[in-house]
Design a binder for this molecule. Structure first.
Ligand code: AP5
Length: 214
């Protein structure tokens, strides 16, 4: 199945995509992770994307559409994949549908993670990630087993993401409302949208997600 996870910044898409990836053996295709990896490697794409991301704006559609078009051809995507943070605009959703129809495929389900802004701001303020491998933590909900050390790779670079500063988070929420929220109607019209309460605990959200896929 090709699955789209929709939701505001900090609504828990990445957390649940990682759990689903293990449960269903489907790869997680996160445009945010791909762009951060390009920035870390200092590629042209990374240099181009960094300014947009640091300001809380969206990277141009053609850049992210190109990333997904390429990554989704990899052999691990043959049985489907989880799109985390893509599409994020109507033109991206249309480009995805066009690309998939040329491959005789289609999005099977879009799941909208619903959560209040105050909860999102609190989650993002506590989020930390490993600058080396990208593993994600939260200072209260999911701290690393040993303070400051990544459980997955052992690095001691547990950091706050550059775009997780309060002013940038406010901008990201604004951008979400104006450019990404219209995707709810887009996928509702296609008859494939399910909405889940993402304000529950991570285990409860996961159960809701599994039900939404049935
Ligand atoms: P991206 O990396 O996609 O960020 P985002 O969508 O803003 O989402 P987040 O990663 O902030 O949140 P999430 O929903 O994954 O929540 P998480 O699971 O981490 O994009 C970053 C930037 O890249 C964009 O602003 C844009 O510039 C660019 N970009 C990316 N894709 C693009 C596209 N398609 N087009 C254009 N530009 C694009 O959880 C958050 C925290 O909460 C964590 O600490 C977690 O541990 C905790 N948490 C999770 N679930 C729960 C729970 N149930 N209860 C309590 N805490 C929880």
């Amino acid at each position: 199945m090709i699955l789209v996870l929709l939701g505001a910044p900090g609504s828990g898409k990445g957390t649940q995509a990682q759990r689903l990836m293990k449960e269903r053996s489907l790869p997680q295709l996160s445009t945010g992770d791909m762009l951060r990896s390009a920035i870390q490697k200092g590629t042209d794409l990374g240099l181009k994307a960094k300014g947009f991301m640091d300001r809380g704006e969206l990277v141009p559609d053609q850049v992210v559409v190109g990333l997904i078009a390429e990554r989704s051809q990899d052999s691990d995507c043959v049985n489907g994949y989880i799109l985390d943070g893509f599409p994020r605009t109507i033109p991206q959703a249309e480009a995805l549908d066009k690309m998939l129809s040329e491959r005789n495929a289609a999005v099977g389900r879009a799941v909208l993670f619903q959560v209040q802004d105050e909860e999102v701001v609190q989650r993002i303020a506590g989020r930390r990630s490993c600058a080396n491998c990208g593993a994600m933590y939260h200072v209260d909900v999911k701290p690393p087993k040993k303070a400051g050390v990544c459980d997955q790779c052992g690095s001691n670079q547990i950091v706050l993401r550059d775009d997780d500063r309060a002013d940038v988070v406010r901008k990201r929420l604004e951008v979400y409302r104006s450019q990404t929220a219209p995707l709810q109607a887009y996928y509702e019209k296609a008859g494939i949208l399910r909405t889940i309460d993402a304000s529950q605990s991570p285990d409860q959200v996961f159960q809701s997600l599994i039900r939404a896929l049935q």
